[in-house]
Structure formats: structure tokens, C-alpha cells
Design a protein around this ligand. Structure first.
Ligand code: ZN
Length: 404
């Protein structure tokens, strides 16, 4: 009895019954109008770069079937989201920003102007959070009931691993930082041509040094994704952070390059589009950790880079970017950084939608000085101190930001 009542409630939930449908999508040279056959609850717009797209989420609406193109809009696609909203995606023939977006006075349509911009300006704008738009109060449908908090399909690791130990006491009010030692087990990562050291061993030594330094500060709790020489697929790494509800995730790596002169640390945060060719190449290489002998061990089908990033993830990405800047600033007294040290690329290990995540490439083990620095306890301690300074400041700022 209880079960059938529940099913009925799902089938006839008011949000489903009252949803307006998206009607015509009119596309002019520089203006777009999306019509609805009934009231909708609201809308939000955001940009996705590479390929360049404008995405509109219409709350409390069902997708229609209007195809369309014109001006800089190559095509229009629509789909239903799991939270009861409809997503309209405009594929762009050239980068353009959404300007002057507004609902009509009767709430039955949403219009905006498209302003062509440079690829760089578009990329910048695509990093901003989405813009929320409200229909006029008298012509607004009730917002749909949210059934899921996160609507991004992400790869799920198959059997859940046992959770690692949390260091730094049992005070659950202290923020939790998850440190991920890159590579491990049958995946050695890069190999130094100078001292023959494996990246997987360097990253583990660094992760331990950072853990000890952070625990010593008494301000945070720490867990390691691995504390020995074992292999984890990338989803299991951020999966640990998600399952522990971590407040920050730092994946530790060491880079290698053909050019043995290349040296210095850099910090990467997630973006669908890489900030430069080198960042894209590095992401491709790090993402290969999931593929052994041509078999993809991550269990996700389809191209991870094509996942649409959700609102929660965009906010998370902004926090991660702030931390990346802080880390460079705080660690640069003791660690040599590259000139453009904060970069963006589509790293699988950074895809937790709700944990701010950075990938710290601590230096080049293909460079003689860097390789010696990273292999030495002294160098490892310097890196760990830099991370500690940045982590302390990061959480101090967050507490200051939410205080009344
Ligand atoms: Zn690596």
C-alpha cells in the first residue's frame, strides 16, 4: 500500500503536471527569444567553452522540439534534466556572450541579445557562475521540487573501497583535507632520467610530508587516498574525498618533459577547456592513468570531457581557483613556480562536483635540480610547509566569509 501511494505521488507530482513546455525558439541575427506555452519557475544561463555553447536551464519546464539556427547560432538542442528543468543548448558558430537577458512582462518568453566576442573573452566568461533570471512575480510558476541535489552523471567506481583513516583528531568541526598521492601500483607515473625515481614514490613521500605538516598545525584533519604503493582509478581518488565530505582535495604529481631545462611547479584546476596546449597534453597524460593495456578501468562510458558542468561544480571550481592562487602565493618563498603557474584543463581526478580540487604538479623530475629537490626530505618539507600556509589561510578566509 505504502509503495503504490509513493509511486502515484511521483507520477502526479505538481511539478510534472504543471510544467510549461518550451515552444518556438526564435533566432535572429543577434537576438534570441525562447517561448513557453505556460508559466515557468525561472531560468539560468551559463557558457561552456570548447566547443562554445550557451546553456539555458528553464526551471519547471519540459523541453520542446524547436530546432533552429541563425546568426551565430549553429544549432539548438533541448533535453530534460533530472531536477525537472529543461536544458536548451545553443551551439555557437563563433563565441558570443548573453546580454540583456529578460523575461517578457507576461512571463511567457525569455529574450536576450548575443554579443560576439573573442575566443579569449568567451573562455574568461565561461568561468563565471551562471546568471539567474526570474520571471515577473505574478507570472511565475511554482519552482519544481528538487529530487536530486546533483544532476551531473559522473563515472562511478565499482565496489566502494574502505575509507582511509582520518588523521588529526576526532573534532568533526575541523575542515577535512584529502591529499591524493598521484599514480601507484602498476602505474609508476613519470620516471626521472637523473635519479631513476618514480613519480608514484615521490608523490607518496610528498603526501605524507604534507599530511604531517597539516596535522601538526592542529587546524585541519587529513586523509590520504593511498598511504602505500597501490593503484587507484581516478574516480576512486575523488570518490574518497566525496564520501568523506572533504572540504578540499589536493592531488600531488610531479611532471616530466622532453626538455630537461623545464622546471618549476604549477597548479591546475578543472576546466572543460585547457588553458594552453601543454595543459591539454598534461591532462591527457594524467587521465591515461585509468587506461592499462588499452582497457579503460574507470567504468564510465563515453567521453568524460563532454560532461556538462553543473552549477554546484562551477561554484566548486571558483573556490578551487582561489585556493590555487593562494597556494602559489604562499608556497613561492620556498618552492620555485613556473611563470604562468595556475592553469586549467580537464583532469578526471578533479571532477568531484562538490569538493574544491586542485592538482599540484610539484616540479619536473626530468629536470636535475627539481628531481633532487623533490627527492630530498628538505625539499619535501618545504613543499609541505607551503601547502600548510595556504590551507590555513584558505579556511581562515572561508570562516571569515560566512561569519555574520
Ligand atoms: Zn602524474
Amino acid at each position: 500500500m505504502g509503495v503504490s501511494l509513493f509511486l502515484l505521488a511521483m507520477a502526479f507530482s505538481p511539478s510534472a503536471a504543471l510544467a510549461g513546455q518550451i515552444g518556438a525558439v526564435e533566432i535572429g541575427d543577434s537576438a534570441v527569444t525562447v517561448h513557453f506555452d505556460d508559466l515557468v519557475a525561472g531560468a539560468s544561463a551559463f557558457l561552456l567553452a570548447g566547443p562554445d555553447r550557451i546553456a539555458l536551464d528553464i526551471a519547471g519546464a519540459q523541453p520542446g522540439q524547436s530546432p533552429g539556427s541563425g546568426g551565430v547560432v549553429r544549432a539548438v538542442r533541448q533535453g530534460q534534466q533530472s531536477d525537472g528543468s529543461a536544458r536548451v543548448v545553443l551551439d555557437l558558430a563563433q563565441p558570443a556572450l548573453v546580454k540583456e537577458a529578460h523575461f517578457a512582462a507576461d512571463g511567457r518568453s525569455l529574450s536576450f541579445r548575443l554579443q560576439p566576442v573573442s575566443a579569449e573573452a568567451f573562455r574568461q566568461a565561461a568561468r563565471a557562475p551562471r546568471v539567474e533570471l526570474q520571471p515577473p512575480a505574478n507570472f511565475r510558476a511554482k519552482p519544481p521540487e528538487k529530487r536530486y541535489s546533483v544532476s551531473v552523471p559522473i563515472g562511478t567506481p565499482k565496489p566502494a573501497l574502505p575509507l582511509p583513516r582520518i588523521h588529526g583528531g576526532s573534532n568533526e568541526r575541523l575542515p577535512l583535507v584529502v591529499i591524493d598521492a598521484g599514480h601507484g601500483g602498476h602505474d609508476p607515473g613519470a620516471i626521472s632520467p637523473h635519479n631513476g625515481r618514480y613519480e608514484k614514490d615521490i608523490t607518496l613521500a610528498l603526501a605524507r610530508a604534507i599530511r604531517d605538516e597539516l596535522v601538526g598545525s592542529g587546524r585541519v584533519r587529513v586523509a590520504l587516498t593511498r598511504s602505500d604503493d597501490r593503484y587507484l582509478v581516478l574516480e576512486e581518488r575523488y570518490g574518497v574525498a566525496r564520501r568523506l565530505k572533504a572540504d578540499l582535495f589536493i592531488s600531488i604529481h610531479a611532471d616530466a618533459a622532453e626538455n630537461q631545462e623545464a622546471r618549476g611547479a604549477s597548479i591546475y584546476t578543472l576546466s572543460e577547456v585547457a588553458s594552453d596546449r601543454e595543459a591539454a597534453r598534461l591532462a591527457a597524460r594524467e587521465n591515461k592513468a585509468n587506461i592499462i593495456n588499452g582497457v579503460d578501468l574507470s567504468g564510465h562510458d563515453g567521453d568524460v570531457s563532454s560532461i556538462l558542468l553543473d552549477l554546484a561544480q562551477r561554484e566548486t571550481m571558483n573556490v578551487a581557483s582561489d585556493f590555487a592562487r593562494l597556494l602559489q602565493r604562499e608556497a613561492s618563498d620556498e618552492v620555485k613556480f613556473r611563470t604562468s603557474a595556475h592553469r586549467f584543463a580537464s583532469f578526471v581526478v578533479l571532477k568531484a562536483p562538490d569538493t574544491p580540487s586542485v592538482l599540484f604538479e610539484t616540479g619536473f623530475i626530468s629536470n636535475k635540480e627539481d628531481a633532487a629537490f623533490l627527492a630530498s626530505p628538505g625539499g619535501q618539507k618545504k613543499i609541505a610547509r607551503g601547502v600548510r600556509e595556504a590551507v590555513q589561510l584558505h579556511f581562515a578566509r572561508q570562516i571569515a566569509a560566512v561569519a555574520p
